[in-house]
Write a protein that binds this ligand. Structure first.
Ligand code: PLP
Length: 384
């Protein structure tokens, strides 16, 4: 079975597994405890914090460990709901992950505005600067890279626009971190990430907050952990494991190993466009993550069949984001890009990982042609 669904989650890499095991064996204390066991756990947390802060370029104290990006993103929206005045708006992109979109809708309702994206899936910077000359929101949130299309957002430019208008900037960097350099993310006011997208364990993530007192209002209450802003005993082994994974990813990125993988992906897309000219590659004109291909397949409303046939043929793909898999509504990301529901229901996403080889991409290109022929001719089973 060849895995092409890394944007939903990735296998835990060996080094991360070993780091988890070793930490579990050697560090048994609670980081909040005053004794030696506690001190050792606290020291492990501090080391992890320093490493992550070093990669992103922020202070170790600006990092809060969370159960994942969903919690981190909800924490940001909750904070602004408690601190902004009743008239302040929040502006986010319309292509955010549901954990940003739905928490923003929940907390801000009519005070939520969506910044348009272009047909190529990139935030409309002209719209943003024009609107900002007129009024100021209390927060701007735009993800670093989209989970469905892989389209990279100009977060550095948005950050600098936010700075010039004195508006806090939040970026969900879940799909960016571990695929692209983390450097510079620490300049953003709020940044979220999750280990399981880059070879770390599931159920652990972080939130980077501004370096000032009262920078975040706790979402979880009932403990003094994380300097009183996130209650609950820290999961030391998974945090250490997350940083073990990220250290390796940052090294691979610094050796430019992602660029080569981008070439393999591009070759796949060329082959796909040659063999299935009616297939549309979403966001093809935009800078995209090196691992993601979102395709509108030629056949109408057969995306689930595509995923099932590919699965039978030994390839794991998805119909879009993990969280919308199985639901019938067309993707909100594709809708925001101007695709009609009849087009959006053709979406199949392939997302590779660091372990994916050039041969895997080649094999995928071949099997797609077989599945297409089978679907086209109405055959009951895909070729295995
Ligand atoms: N943000 C983005 C862009 C994602 O892709 C995901 C997961 O798919 C999340 C947030 C939520 O992450 P988690 O499920 O680890 O909380």
């Amino acid at each position: 079975m060849i895995y092409f669904d890394y944007n939903s989650t990735s296998p835990v890499m060996r080094e991360a597994r070993e780091a988890w095991l070793e930490t579990t064996e050697k560090i048994s204390g609670n980081p909040s405890s005053m004794h030696e066991f506690g001190a050792r756990a606290a020291a492990a947390l501090l080391t992890a914090r320093e490493k992550l802060a070093g990669f992103m370029g922020c202070k170790p104290e600006d990092i809060i460990w969370t159960s994942g990006a969903t919690e981190a993103n909800n924490t940001v929206m909750h904070h602004f709901s408690r601190t902004l005045d009743a008239k302040s708006e929040v502006w986010i992109s319309p292509i955010e992950h549901p954990c940003v979109m739905e928490s923003a809708q929940y907390y801000f309702g009519k005070r939520l505005r969506l910044i348009p994206v272009t047909q190529d899936g990139v935030i409309d910077l002209d719209w943003l600067t024009m609107e900002l000359s007129d009024r100021r929101p209390g927060l701007i949130g735009v993800m670093a890279a989209n989970n469905e299309t892989g389209v990279i957002q100009p977060w550095r430019e948005i950050l600098s626009i936010c700075r010039s208008y004195d508006v806090p900037f939040f970026t969900d960097a879940v799909q960016w971190i571990g695929k692209m350099p983390s450097k510079g993310l620490g300049d953003c006011d709020f940044v979220s990430g999750a280990a399981h997208k880059f070879g770390g364990p599931r159920g652990i993530g972080f939130l980077k907050i501004p370096h000032k007192k009262g920078a975040i209002t706790p979402l979880l209450l009932g403990g003094k952990q994380e300097r009183g802003v996130r209650a609950g005993t820290e999961n030391v082994a998974t945090i250490v494991s997350m940083l073990a994974a990220l250290e390796i990813r940052e090294k691979q990125i610094s050796h430019n190993q992602h660029t080569l993988r981008g070439v393999w992906r591009d070759n796949f897309e060329r082959e796909l466009s040659r063999s299935l000219p009616e297939a549309i590659i979403v966001g093809a004109k935009s800078p995209r993550l090196w691992n993601t291909v979102s395709t509108l397949m030629p056949e109408g409303d057969k995306r689930h069949l595509w995923v099932v046939r590919l699965d039978k043929a030994g390839f794991a793909a998805s119909t879009g984001s993990a969280c919308t898999t199985g639901k019938e509504e067309p993707s909100h990301v594709l809708a925001a890009m101007g695709y009609k529901p009849a087009q959006a229901i053709r979406a199949v996403r392939f997302s590779a990982g660091w372990e994916t080889t050039e041969a895997d991409w080649d094999a995928l290109a071949k099997v797609i042609v077989k599945v297409h022929n089978d679907l086209h001719h109405g055959h009951a089973h895909a070729t295995a």
